[in-house]
Design a protein around this ligand. Structure first.
Ligand SMILES: [Fe+2]
Length: 441
C-alpha cells in the first residue's frame, strides 16, 4: 500500500547557488519606512520586540527537530485517512501545515494524464510557450483536458473540500467557503538532468510587501506584531479573506489559495526535481514577518543571539522582499531559520499522490533532477469560495469562454485552437466540477 512506504531521511546535501539578499541590492522605496512605521504605531515596538525574542528562541527547538527528523517531519496519509480524520488528527495537520495525501487519483488515471499532456504538448508545440525557452517544462497551458480532469476529479474536489474545512471564518460558521474553486494553473514536465535551469529558491507565495503594506493583510498577523505570536491562527479567514495579496503588480496570485498543492503524474523522489518544504508554519512565518524590523549585530559570531539584534524603525529594507515577486528568503537574511538544513525534501511521490502546504509556508523546488525519468506535476490548489476568489473565478470563466488565458497568467494563449482541446466538455464530475470552474456562481 502506498501509505506504508517509510519516509526517507534525506534532505539537501548541497545548497544551490540561490540568491542572497542584502540592503544594497534591495528594492528600497522611501515609502517602505512608512509601511514599517504604520505597523509600529498600530502594535507598538514592545510587542514586536517581544515576539522577535520569543520567535527566535522557539526556532532553536523547531530547527533542531527538523534537522533531526528531516523528511520524516512530513506526514503521508491516504485519501480515506484524510476524509475520516479525527479532530485530533486534523489539529495535527493544521499545526504542521504540510502533508502528503496519497492515492487521491488512481495511479493509472494519473499516469494517463501524464501521457495525455505529453501528447498535447507535442501536438500543439507551435502554439505552446513555457519556461525556460527554448525547451520549456513549465507550460503556459491552463485548460487542457488532463488539467480540467485533474482539477474536477471527484477525489480531487473531495480533498480540496476537506482541506478547506481545516480553516474557519467567524462570518461563515456553516463553512460555505469550503466549497472549492478550480484555480486554473500550469503543469510541469521536467526532464532528468535538467539541472540549474529551473530553480525556485525558498519563498512564500501570496504576495510579498503586501503582507505589511495592506492593512487588512497585516491585521491577519496582529498576534505576531503585538507580542503574542503563539496566538496567531493561520487558519482564520475572518480577516484574511479581504486581504489584498496582489496589492502590487507582479506575480502574486489574485486568489487566496488556502493550501497550495500539486498532484504527481509521475514517480518522483528526493533529488529528482521535487519539492522542498520548510516544515513549520507558525514560527517560520512569524520570523519572516518580524525580520524587517531588526538589524543584525556587527559581530557575526553573535548572529544567532536575538538579543543582540537592534530594532530599526527607519530602514527601508524588507529582506528578500520585491514587490513584483513572492516573498523570498535566504540564509544570510534569515539566519535563525537555518534554511540550508531545514528545507526538507518531501517523501517520494507516485502518480496520483498529492502534496499540500499552507499559504504561508516556505517552499522551494530542487535545483537538480538526478533521476532517470520525467518529473511531472499539475498544480492544483485548495481555493476557498471567498467573495474575492469567486470574483476571480468568474473572470477566469469569462476568459475561458472567450479563448483567453486566466488573468493571472497572461503569458498564456488562445487554447481553443489547440488540437485535442475540449472546452467545457473536459470538466469532470457534473455540476460539482462545473460549479468549481465558475459556472452558476
Ligand atoms: Fe511557490
Amino acid at each position: 500500500m502506498p501509505h506504508s512506504i517509510a519516509p526517507t531521511s534525506s534532505s539537501l546535501d548541497y545548497w544551490p547557488p540561490w540568491p542572497l539578499f542584502n540592503a544594497q541590492k534591495a528594492e528600497n522605496r522611501p515609502e517602505n519606512v512608512n509601511i514599517k512605521q504604520e505597523i509600529i504605531q498600530r502594535y507598538g515596538e514592545e510587542g514586536i520586540r517581544r515576539s522577535w525574542l520569543q520567535t527566535c528562541a522557539t526556532l532553536e527547538q523547531v530547527t533542531a527537530e527538523i534537522e533531526a527528523k528531516k523528511t520524516a517531519m512530513i506526514p503521508a496519509l491516504t485519501l480515506d485517512e484524510l476524509l475520516n480524520a479525527s479532530e485530533e488528527k486534523k489539529q495535527a495537520l493544521r499545526s504542521l501545515g504540510c502533508f502528503v495525501v496519497r492515492g487521491v487519483v488512481p495511479r493509472n488515471e494519473a499516469t494517463q494524464w501524464y501521457w495525455d499532456l505529453k501528447g498535447y504538448v507535442n501536438e500543439n508545440r507551435d502554439h505552446i510557450t513555457g519556461f525556460p525557452e527554448p525547451s520549456p517544462y513549465m507550460f503556459n497551458v491552463y485548460h487542457s483536458p488532463a488539467q480540467q480532469a485533474g482539477r474536477s476529479h471527484p477525489n480531487s474536489l473531495a480533498v480540496q473540500r476537506a482541506l478547506l474545512q481545516l480553516w474557519h471564518d467567524d462570518d461563515d460558521l456553516s463553512k460555505s467557503f469550503a466549497e472549492p474553486l478550480s484555480y486554473a494553473d500550469a503543469f510541469r514536465i521536467r526532464a532528468p538532468k535538467s539541472d540549474g535551469v529551473f530553480t525556485l529558491p525558498p519563498h512564500i507565495d501570496g504576495g510579498s510587501l503586501s503582507r505589511w503594506a495592506d492593512k487588512t493583510y497585516s491585521s491577519t498577523y496582529s498576534a505576531i506584531f503585538s507580542g503574542n505570536p503563539e496566538k496567531h491562527d493561520p487558519y482564520d479567514l475572518t480577516v484574511r479573506k479581504n486581504a489584498r495579496s496582489a496589492l502590487f503588480p507582479g506575480t502574486a496570485s489574485s486568489v487566496l489559495r488556502a493550501f497550495q498543492g500539486w498532484t504527481a503524474l509521475t514517480e518522483c523522489g528526493p533529488k529528482e526535481g521535487s519539492l522542498l518544504l520548510y516544515p513549520n508554519l507558525h514560527v517560520a512565518s512569524a520570523y519572516m514577518l518580524l525580520r524587517p524590523f531588526f538589524d543584525p549585530p556587527e559581530n557575526d559570531e553573535e548572529l544567532l543571539d536575538a538579543e543582540k539584534w537592534t530594532f530599526n524603525a527607519q530602514s527601508e529594507w524588507f529582506p528578500g522582499t520585491f514587490t513584483a515577486k513572492p516573498q523570498m528568503l535566504s540564509p544570510n537574511c534569515h539566519p535563525h531559520l537555518k534554511l540550508e538544513k531545514c528545507m526538507i525534501d518531501i517523501p517520494r511521490m507516485f502518480p496520483g499522490d498529492t502534496v499540500w502546504w499552507h499559504a504561508d509556508m516556505i517552499h522551494a523546488v530542487e535545483q537538480k533532477h538526478e533521476g532517470e525519468y520525467d518529473s511531472s506535476v499539475m498544480y492544483i490548489a485548495a481555493t476557498p469560495s471567498t467573495s474575492g476568489n469567486i470574483s476571480y473565478i468568474k473572470e477566469q470563466l469569462r476568459s475561458f469562454e472567450n479563448g483567453l488565458p486566466p488573468s493571472d497568467f497572461m503569458q498564456g494563449t488562445n487554447e481553443t485552437v489547440f488540437k485535442g482541446y475540449l472546452g467545457e466538455a473536459g470538466i469532470m464530475n457534473g455540476e460539482a466540477g462545473r460549479r468549481a470552474a465558475g459556472f452558476g456562481l
